[in-house]
Design a protein around this ligand. Structure first.
Ligand code: ATP
Ligand code: MG
Length: 405
């Protein structure tokens, strides 16, 4: 009995030893798992941190103030005066430096690696806009002309060489606001597969005081490097107005910018893969020097859309809208005599909103009628007939006058 119980004891001890070893192994295994899960947890924590961290805003320094703050142009648009965090190396900060602003845009928190043309970058360089010719309503003749003088020479320079003729270097588009000048320029750039550099002339004069001429030079340098390219000088009247008397320093600066532009236009070869498109709604006040041969030698009018144009623009802007069967686009075009392309776009948006407000999922003729009343009626419209757009327009005048201070 006693021997039996002692053998039981031995068995039990061995069992326990084995069990302890098993448990030790299990502990080691579980420790390994803990380490693995900790690692995974850390990884997900870091990802969550990244997701929750507010994005920084990219900006370019325009100037440094004596009190240690900086004037920057943020990539979101506005020009800001911001503080600089102590952790940022001030020696690296110069006009043109790319920096990161914190979310509220209140302070420079980091210096970013530099790109080549900070000033040109501050302008709008669009590699290739997405607008196609089918997004432009009406304007068939204008599109055909632009294709001939811009798209063809850019895509097949050989054709012109073989003919021994020179394509125009620059095209001026003029007409009332909101009728598709900028839109058309973008479409030509996209369809020509060219780099598109857009310079807004009023910004040259306003935002980059003292830098206008230099930016013009940089823009053309960039255009040549990225050729084939199209330079769009939007609202060229801001720098290209007739030179009256060059009195104030602001006027002299604008004059210098224009002179530089003329020099650049003269400087490149018509067969270079660079084309310039300028737009204005004040062709009457442009300096005739701009229109001389070898400069903007092709002038194309972009008028208010006629009935067919309005119908096509309605078709374009309702393309993605769920229309009820009673919507008659031709009827809408008839009712909107004098409306610009931009007006028609606004009418379509407004009609959509009207339908949403009335909890409908299709847009009806009634929505469009309400939208037309809202957008067009009771509004001051000096462009109601085609030949009045060179009349002074209060809002453009206002913008200009601040340039001439
Ligand atoms: N012919 C058109 N076809 C389709 N949409 C148009 C047309 N004209 C204008 N639009 C719409 O109106 C908007 C404004 O047009 P755009 O910017 O091209 O006008 P603009 O002639 O350059 O005016 P501005 O002289 O004020 O610069 C376009 O983005 C487009 O949505
Ligand atoms: Mg425009």
């Amino acid at each position: 009995m006693s021997s039996e119980s002692s053998s039981d004891f031995v068995d039990y001890t061995r069992y326990l030893e084995v069990r302890v070893r098993e448990l030790e192994l299990e502990v080691a295994h579980l420790r390994g798992l803990i380490a693995k899960y900790k690692e995974e947890l850390d990884y997900y924590k870091s990802q969550v941190d990244k997701l929750l961290a507010p994005p920084l805003i990219e900006a370019t320094i325009l100037d440094l103030l004596p009190d240690g703050r900086a004037i920057v142009k943020s990539s979101t648009g506005p020009i800001l005066i911001v503080h600089v965090l102590d952790s940022v190396d001030r020696k690296q900060l110069q006009p043109g430096t790319r920096v990161a602003l914190n979310q509220r845009g209140a302070a420079i928190v980091d210096v970013l690696p530099q790109r080549e043309d900070p000033f040109v970058r501050a302008l709008e360089v669009i590699e290739r806009p997405r607008v196609r010719y089918i997004d432009v309503g009406g304007l068939q003749n204008q599109i055909a002309e632009l294709r001939e003088v811009i798209e063809l020479p850019l895509r097949k320079p050989g054709v012109f060489k073989a003919m021994g003729i020179e394509p125009p270097k620059g095209v001026l588009l003029y007409g009332p606001p909101g009728c598709g000048k900028t839109l058309l320029a973008k479409a030509v750039a996209a369809e020509s597969r060219a780099t598109f550099i857009r310079v807004v002339a009023s910004e040259l004069a306003q935002k980059f005081i003292g830098e206008g001429a230099r930016i013009v030079r940089e823009v053309f340098k960039l255009a040549r490097r990225k050729a084939p390219s199209i330079v769009l000088i939007d609202e060229i009247d801001a720098i290209g107005a007739k030179r009256l008397d060059v009195g104030t320093s602001g006027e002299r600066e604008i004059h210098r910018t224009l002179t530089q532009l003329l020099a650049e236009l003269d400087g490149f070869d018509p067969l270079d893969n660079v084309k310039v498109i300028a737009t204005t709604n004040r062709i009457d006040i442009l300096d005739p020097a701009l229109l001389r041969p070898g400069r903007f030698d092709k002038v194309i009018e972009i008028p208010l859309p006629d009935l067919r144009g309005r119908y096509e623009i309605f078709k374009i802007h309702t393309r993605k809208m769920p229309l009820s069967a009673d919507v008659d686009l031709l009827e809408l075009a008839r009712k909107t005599e004098g409306a610009t392309g931009a007006d028609i776009k606004a009418i379509c948006t407004e009609a959509g909103l009207h339908a949403i407000r009335n909890e409908r999922i299709v847009v009806t003729m009634e929505d469009f009628n309400a939208a037309i009343r809202k957008v067009l009626h009771g509004r001051y419209r000096p462009y109601a007939s085609q030949d009045t757009y060179s009349m002074p327009r209060p809002w453009k005048e206002e913008r200009r006058s601040s340039l001439w201070m």
